[in-house]
Design a protein around this ligand. Structure first.
Ligand code: UN1
Length: 499
């Protein structure tokens, strides 16, 4: 199935996508997929105006009705899972199973949001005054801006969108300029759901094509009530102060430097499989990818031998081939950053296996690499940085407290895992004195979280929470209501005023 067929199947006219200044290439072979016209500042302004007008109408729709639209969108996704998953693979380079997995994640969050649309509940609170009642009401917030990254071009947007829509918000989505076709395809499927639903205001979902400047436009605009941004720590540092300068809200999902601790009692088979998926899956280009392995000294050599063997068995190649486990890096910059990190790690005493470019003759304009395992003498500066590539740094430990200290001594705080069969070790890692991350797992890897939990992390990861649990609250505003049903007017705190 070629790109034109995929786009046509998803309701896009390939001919309309060939005239703009933004060239979209497939990381699979460097071929041009489309040339899109980026939005001008005026274009973004108009999109925001449409979204703002849509919000004013959408917020009046009862939440369970809003849920019905999300249910219909979920149906479109179910019907188009294979083709949308394929487009995700073509544009981002992830393997088909992971492309389809992303669409499944969208379907799952839609289901979650449909249920949520009948559970947007507040509290009632005992008042200190007689004849009074207090309660909380959750109201739609406004226009939610979503800035998404190339590595999860559809699922992370859907986490935001499904919740925001049932919460009564409108959306302006600026996808990565590396994966804009995925966004246009999602919008086309969403419009199909809207057509079936019937009474959706125009502008409920606007897609803005562009790069950094477009994201800055959204950050600066007061009509964006919440800016939800996923990407590097550098991106967050650039956007968040702009939102803060106008006292807006932001929800940040930034870099990770996720570690797996392997304790002496760990099940080695489980650990090796989990490490492989976490470190090599998606070519190490998940924010949850495992980047550090903190392994007990007694296991270090044997685990490394097993891992090298597992790494050697990974089939690298065309992500559209179902036999492939690891596709390409997103592009040349990612390759250069990986090589620079490996060179720096070598300079810091690391011993590198893998990491070299492969398949260059077959695809000179694509960037395939062997995943790298780097045995490190210490947690150096390079190890403390997030390099968005399949590099796993291996560090040793002897006492669990030392492992936890190493684990927490990086700026990022997204995901973490321990492999152990000792209850005390597992609970210590999960405790307040354990991992400082937003996601802390036992006997599973760092990546591949389910949608039911809140997703996000601490420190330089930005503190935001998306997806399941009570993450929906970020997309609503809370009103505290006090109602007096008595004939008196008692003041709080016992204050007497003029009586
Ligand atoms: C990301 O890489 O930005 O937990 C999101 C995971 C996926 C989401 C990753 N469910 O790996």
């Amino acid at each position: 199935m070629d790109i034109d067929t995929v786009l046509a199947d998803l309701g896009l006219a390939p001919g309309d996508l060939q005239a703009g200044a933004l060239t979209v290439r497939s990381p699979i072979d460097g071929s041009v997929l489309a040339r899109l016209a980026p939005h001008s500042a005026q274009g973004i302004d108009a999109a925001l105006a449409r979204a703002q007008a849509a919000f004013l109408r959408w917020r009046d729709m009862p939440a369970p009705r809003r849920g019905e639209l999300v249910r219909l969108f979920g149906e479109e996704l179910r019907a188009n899972k294979t083709v949308l998953g394929r487009l995700v693979s073509m544009e981002s380079g992830k393997i088909l199973a992971e492309g389809e997995g992303e669409v499944q994640e969208m379907i799952d969050i839609c289901d979650f949001a449909v249920g949520l649309s009948r559970q947007l509940h507040g509290l009632t609170i005992a008042s200190e005054r007689p004849g009074h009642r207090m309660m909380e009401t959750w109201h739609p917030l406004g226009v939610v801006g979503v800035v998404s990254a190339f590595n999860f071009p559809v699922a992370v947007w859907a986490w935001n969108a499904a919740l925001a829509l049932v919460c009564g918000d409108a959306l302006v989505w600026k996808p990565s300029d590396k994966t804009p076709l995925c966004a246009l395809a999602c919008r086309a499927l969403f419009l199909r759901a809207c057509a079936r639903f019937g009474e959706v205001p125009e502008g409920l979902l606007e897609v803005v094509i562009g790069g950094r400047e477009a994201a800055e436009n959204l950050a600066d605009d007061r009509r964006i009530a919440l800016l939800s941004a996923t990407g590097s720590c550098a991106m967050g540092r650039a956007l968040a102060p702009r939102v803060a300068a106008r006292l807006g809200r932001s929800l940040l999902e930034l870099g990770g430097n996720n570690a797996i601790v392997v304790a002496p009692s760990a099940d080695p088979d489980l650990a090796v499989r989990a490490i492989l998926f976490s470190a090599v899956g998606t070519a190490g280009q998940r924010c949850t990818s495992a980047r550090r392995l903190i392994v007990h000294a007694s296991l270090r050599e044997t685990l490394l031998v097993r891992l090298r063997k597992a790494y050697d068995s990974v089939r690298i190649g065309d992500p559209l081939d179902p036999e492939t486990l690891m596709g390409p890096l997103i592009g040349r910059d990612a390759f250069d950053a990986m090589q620079a990190a490996l060179a720096a790690a070598r300079g810091e005493g690391g011993s590198v296996s893998g990491g070299e470019r492969v398949l260059a003759e077959r695809w000179p304009d694509a960037w395939y690499v062997r995943p790298a395992l780097v045995d490190m003498p210490a947690q150096t500066d390079t190890v403390c940085r997030e390099t968005f590539a399949p590099i796993l740094y291996v560090l040793g430990y002897t006492e669990l407290d030392q492992a936890i200290a190493l684990h927490n001594a990086v700026p990022q705080g997204l995901s973490s895992a321990i492999f152990t069969n000792e209850l005390r070790e597992a609970e210590r890692f999960l405790s307040a004195a354990g991992s400082d991350c937003g996601i802390v797992n036992v006997n599973i890897g760092t990546s591949g979280a389910e949608i039911g939990g809140a997703f996000g992390g601490e420190k330089d990861t930005g503190g935001g929470r998306e997806s399941g649990s009570d993450a929906w609250r970020a997309y609503m505003r809370r009103a505290t209501n006090t109602i007096n049903y008595s004939t008196e007017l008692p003041l709080a705190q016992g204050i007497r005023f003029g009586d």
